[in-house]
Write a new protein. Structure first.
Length: 171
């Protein structure tokens, strides 16, 4: 599943991402029944539109400009239940079975409790950082061997894009 800017939520073959730098975030301990509910939740959203407003609002939330108090006043996303972004859709699906991603920890008199963050505040990185998801890198799982990498023949690393030869006068 992916939420694409042009096409919205759609099913795509995993093969499409074969040549990408991919990480798979597997929820640890998720029951088969809850896994089926998460998949059903996402499948029910196929053909929903992409929520571009959520992307811009999330950027404003993460990188606030102006008084800090305005940060909490943002209403995230378009507010239309028919529009989503990838991380929002995934977060909402896991929250539907009360599976934690990066909950807010609260200390109370009788111990520790967790508060669920709103699903529209999640980014893809949150799933990488979550202690409740195992990060799997397919390149490593397939048996990566650094000695098999075919390098371009050269004596030194290529210059950075902004490096350019200097003239003899230093300019």
């Amino acid at each position: 599943m992916e939420a694409d800017l042009c096409c919205g939520v759609r099913v795509v073959p995993l093969e499409r991402y074969r040549d990408f730098n991919v990480r798979i975030c597997r929820p640890k301990g998720l029951t088969d029944a809850d896994c089926a509910k998460v998949v059903a939740f996402v499948m029910a959203r196929v053909r929903q539109g992409y929520d571009l407003r959520n992307v811009t609002d999330l950027a404003r939330y993460l990188f606030p400009v102006g008084p800090r108090r305005w940060r909490g006043l943002a209403t995230l996303g378009s507010g239309e239940v028919s529009r989503v972004i990838c991380s929002t859709l995934i977060a909402e699906a896991f929250q539907s079975v009360r599976y934690p991603i990066l909950p807010e920890r609260l200390t109370v008199r009788d111990g520790e409790r967790f508060r669920i963050r709103h699903h529209s505040l999640f980014t893809p990185r949150d799933f990488d950082l979550s202690p409740y998801f195992e990060v799997v890198k397919p390149t490593l799982v397939r048996g990566f061997d650094y000695r098999q990498v075919v390098w371009e023949a050269q004596d030194s690393p290529s210059p950075l894009p902004h490096d350019s030869p200097r003239r003899p006068d230093g300019r």
